[in-house]
Design a protein around this ligand. Structure first.
Ligand SMILES: [Zn+2]
Ligand SMILES: [Zn+2]
Length: 190
């Protein structure tokens, strides 16, 4: 993904806009890498960002929307959503990245409020945004696909969609060791 490389020398001091396409394949690779999320990419994303250079330090901000698809964890219906992702990250030449800097409280030297911005080192003259993008996408993806927060799911007995129909099954939780026996008794009653 050459799109996701920022060339430090080419950046001007001010808020410099940049754009990149995140292909569906790239997004899917992020979503399906171990440990995989429960989503697939439903399409590509277009990223718009701004980069500001201060000395050799670069503050990158970017926003984009990831189209996600999955299956509701409860009723298995298809779920589609557009998840907004926001990236704010400061890149510091690796040699200057001091691990204690965040804790030192040396505000006078820090150029970008380091308590608020994730800092990352970079080597040479190029910044690869893809690791940070991966991370940020994974942080933004919901834990599980749900068609609705109130989804009632499927009946564990008969498999009917409880959002559409009340099947009338007894869904009180039964100790699995007794479940088989209970099944036999029910058949005898008929
Ligand atoms: Zn559902
Ligand atoms: Zn049922």
């Amino acid at each position: 993904m050459d799109d996701l490389i920022l060339s430090v020398d080419a950046l001007e001091e001010a808020d410099q806009p940049f754009e990149a396409d995140l292909s569906r394949e790239f997004l899917d690779e992020v979503l399906r890498a171990e440990p995989a999320t429960e989503f697939h990419a439903a399409g590509a994303a277009h990223l718009r960002g701004r980069a500001t250079k201060m000395g050799r330090e670069v503050l990158a901000r970017a926003k984009f929307t990831v189209p996600l698809q999955g299956h509701c964890k409860r009723c298995l219906k298809g779920v589609q959503l557009d998840e907004p992702v926001e990236l704010v990250r400061a890149y510091v030449p690796a040699a200057e990245l001091v691990p204690q800097r965040k804790r030192a409280g040396d505000v006078s030297e820090a150029s970008f409020e380091p308590e608020l911005v994730d800092e990352e080192g970079y080597q040479g003259k190029e910044i690869d945004l893809s690791p940070a993008l991966r991370e940020q996408i994974l942080l933004s993806v919901p834990p599980s696909p749900l068609c609705d927060e109130q989804c009632k799911g499927l009946c564990p007995r008969c498999g009917k969609d409880l959002n559409e129909v009340e099947c009338g099954c007894d869904r009180t939780v039964v100790d699995p060791r007794w479940a088989a026996l209970k099944g036999i008794q029910l058949k005898k009653e008929k």
